[in-house]
Design a protein around this ligand. Structure first.
Ligand SMILES: *Cc1c(COP(=O)(O)O)cnc(C)c1O
Length: 373
């Protein structure tokens, strides 16, 4: 068996340091906003090259707080892609606002700036997603949003450490390319906790202060609550785990890139396989080893039979989800997004994957295409 992600192999690598860091939190009973959280926030801000990072309860909570802090509220419209996980838009709905789905750029799967431009009227905020760990078109999106006078919040839940070149030529990291970045530390993410956790990054001190207040019951002091907030704090235990794993994240992302390049090399010209590929000025952190093929469902079944884990990220675009049927969308509304959902498949990819294991995945994929051809 080769799993899609191997969290046990990851724990074995970090076991001694993680066990010690967790024991420290437990022995000090510093469970809520303890020192390990403050340390992690400092280190994660440095990693993202942002002024601030605020630890929260999950990636979804990060999106909820960031949208609340920019003032998204009842009746507002938020521009989002439909090719993403549903957590991108649930917080939009919680705040009484409505998602407006923007078509993707078929080369990268991310929000298409041209489509955003024609959808920007009446939008209160723009929420692009660095889907699969690939930086979205932030320069173009920031310019369009700035013209319209609306803020941009990055869904960076899959993109810890992804890089893009800013308009002035400087290299920015995901979470530092707009007003705020929202990260998830769900266990399977590039940086994963031992449960739910997330973070918001920003360079704006006032925004950071507002998010800090919102995550913790709108508090200014223990029993003074300036605004109605939320219970969206990150557990100190999770911060302790994340602090250990953060020390190898750059190396882990480099290993993912190496393995992804190896997949692309070994599978080049096989069947109708299509890979996104790297684009100039941007560096992906390959949250998913994503490919596209018209034979997706048969390939998935064949890999499953061979004991190889694979995934579909994501099979049903958000505009076609039953939960959002009330928006009145149907098939054909976002053809590029729908084609992506029909054809995409993710192969096993994690830093601990060995080349021998990867060779077995490649062999299974090649054998499949030898049979269908
Ligand atoms: C994982 C994910 C989220 C949600 O994060 P959680 O930590 O699971 O709440 C949001 N957006 C995207 C794109 C994600 O992949």
């Amino acid at each position: 068996m080769i799993p899609l992600v191997d969290l046990k192999a990851n724990y074995r690598r970090h076991r001694t340091a993680i066990d010690a860091a967790m024991r420290d939190v437990v022995e000090n009973t510093s469970f809520i906003q303890g020192p390990a959280l403050k340390d992690f926030e400092r280190d994660f801000a440095a990693f993202c090259r942002t002024g601030y990072a605020i630890g929260v309860g999950s990636g979804t909570a990060a999106l909820h707080l960031a949208l609340a802090a920019v003032g998204v509220g009842p009746g507002d419209v938020v521009a989002v892609p439909a090719h993403t996980f549903i957590a991108t838009i649930e917080p939009v709905s919680w705040l009484g606002a409505t998602p407006r789905f923007v078509e993707i750029d078929p080369e990268t799967g991310a929000m298409d700036p041209a489509a955003l431009k024609s959808a920007i009227d009446g939008v209160r905020a723009v929420l692009p997603v660095h889907i699969h760990g690939r930086p979205a078109h932030l320069n173009e999106i920031n310019a369009i949003a700035a013209d319209a006078g609306v803020p941009v919040v990055e869904d960076a839940a899959q993109a810890h450490g992804a890089e893009l070149t800013g308009p002035d030529g400087s290299v920015l990291r995901a979470g530092g390319a707009a007003l705020a970045g929202c990260f998830s530390f769900y266990p399977g993410k590039n940086l994963g906790a031992f449960g739910d956790a997330g973070a918001i990054t920003t360079n704006d001190p006032e925004f950071a202060a507002k998010v800090r207040m919102l995550r913790d019951h709108g508090r200014t002091t223990k029993y003074e609550h300036e605004i109605i907030g939320y219970a969206h704090r990150m557990d100190t235990l999770q911060a302790a785990v994340l602090g250990v794993k953060l020390t190898t994240l750059d190396a882990d992302n480099a290993r993912r890139a190496e393995l992804m390049a190896r997949y692309e090399r070994l599978l080049a010209g096989v069947g109708d396989l299509w890979f996104v590929g790297e684009t100039p000025g941007r560096r992906s952190v390959h949250h998913h080893a994503l490919l596209r093929t018209a034979h997706r469902d048969a390939l998935l079944a064949s890999l499953r039979e061979a004991g190889i884990g694979s995934g579909i990220h994501y099979p049903v675009p958000l505009h076609l989800q039953p939960a959002y049927a009330f928006l009145g969308h149907g098939r054909g509304d976002l053809p590029l997004t729908e084609a992506w959902a029909d054809e995409c498949l993710s192969l096993p990819l994690y830093p601990e994957l060995t080349e021998e294991q990867q060779d077995r995945v490649v062999y299974a994929v090649v054998s499949f295409f030898n049979r269908v051809a």
